[in-house]
Design a protein around this ligand. Structure first.
Ligand code: AQP
Length: 331
């Protein structure tokens, strides 16, 4: 039976890259009546320097944001990764089944470690913990943004290695990438980079809680190129193509159809249309977040209920793993 799993780090405010690349797909899968499990992966977000108070705040903000985006705690399991200790336990086992060169060559590790003088071991192990998150729930489908493909390949090979060595245990999960979003959503100020929560310049990302005038301003200042015509070419024209991708995901038309519809406009005028569509789409979501964030007890209760549901599956898998690898199961 299909089981969907995905996670998001509480490293900052959910942005439109997260929304279009992952969360909108989560909501769609949930509404197709599949078994869906989503985790706020706080253990991942301590792999880089962070502020403890900010982390606490960001966990609740992320829970509120996901619910406001359409994750329904009645239909989905929504929980906090650190509250289910089997994630780190399985991560250790999987860490013993991969090699240092395999982890060291992953692009995200290379990029995130390149600016650090002392690289934390946790950053290196990040994709192993991610594989544990997925395999612990025996997930068959994992909806993620395009930037996560290499990490998912590691999860695949860890599932295969485990199964070969200890007997069939984990399904090899299928990666689901948002259709119509062939490339990742780019940073608005630097389209060579992806839009990211932790990038120091907030002007490069649209956060889900941005006020309408902030959205308009960020889109207006988005870096495009010296061609004013609207064409969709993610490879050569990443700036304008990111605007078209987001617009397309909101209105349901293909980027090429939008280009045709707006063929008389230049990029400057087209930006107004995109900004308007974004404001219309995200204003109700922002208002819902503001309401939810005022009820921290409600949010904590949702996460606790999610934890209980997640625990049932996680402890079963862990018992199975523990007995297969030759350690003594605890019950
Ligand atoms: N720019 C993006 N375009 C498309 N998808 C994206 N995702 C992230 N950025 C983009 C997808 O969002 C999901 C959750 O991401 P994450 O929080 O687990 O980690 P991340 O990929 O490292 O995201 P950020 O926003 O860049 O966070 P920081 O700055 O903390 O590293 C994933 O499915 C991801 O693919």
């Amino acid at each position: 039976k299909d089981r969907v799993f995905s996670g998001i780090q509480p490293t900052g405010t959910l942005h439109l890259g997260n929304y279009f690349g992952a969360v909108s797909k989560w909501v769609q899968l949930q509404n197709e009546n599949r078994e869906v499990i989503f985790s706020i992966v706080d253990m991942h977000s301590i792999t880089l320097p962070y502020n403890t108070k900010e982390l606490e705040k960001n966990v609740l903000l992320m829970a509120a944001s996901l619910i406001a985006c359409g994750i329904d705690p009645e239909k989905s399991t929504l929980f906090l990764q650190s509250q289910v200790p089997e994630h780190t336990q399985l991560s250790w086992v999987l860490g013993c089944l991969t090699t240092m060169p395999r982890l060291g060559q992953l692009p995200q590790f290379k990029e995130k470690s390149s600016t650090l003088k002392d690289v934390p071991l946790g950053l290196y192990l990040y994709p192993v913990l991610q594989a544990a998150d997925i395999l612990l729930y025996k997930a068959t489908k994992v909806p993620v943004g395009e930037d996560q493909i290499q990490h998912l390949q590691l999860a695949h090979s860890l599932a295969r290695t485990f199964n070969k060595r200890f007997g069939d245990t984990f399904p090899v999960p299928e990666v689901l990438i948002q259709q119509n979003c062939s490339s990742r959503i780019r940073n608005l100020r630097d389209p060579m980079k992806k839009m990211s929560k932790s990038h120091p310049d907030p002007r490069g990302r649209i956060e889900i809680t941005d006020e309408p005038d902030v959205i308009v301003e960020k889109v207006k200042k988005a870096v495009t190129d010296c061609t004013s015509k609207i064409t969709y070419d993610p490879e050569n024209r990443p700036g304008v193509s990111t605007l078209l991708t987001m617009h397309s995901l909101i209105c349901g038309l293909l980027p090429e159809e939008i280009c045709e519809e707006n063929s008389l406009l230049d990029t400057g005028r087209y930006k107004h249309i995109v900004a308007e569509a974004l404001v219309e789409k995200f204003t109700p979501i922002r208002q819902e977040i503001l309401k939810l964030i005022d009820s921290p007890e409600y949010l904590s209760k949702i996460l606790q209920e999610g934890q209980q549901k997640a625990n049932l599956i996680a402890s079963n898998t862990w018992q199975e793993v523990a007995s297969k690898i030759g350690t003594i199961p605890s019950n």
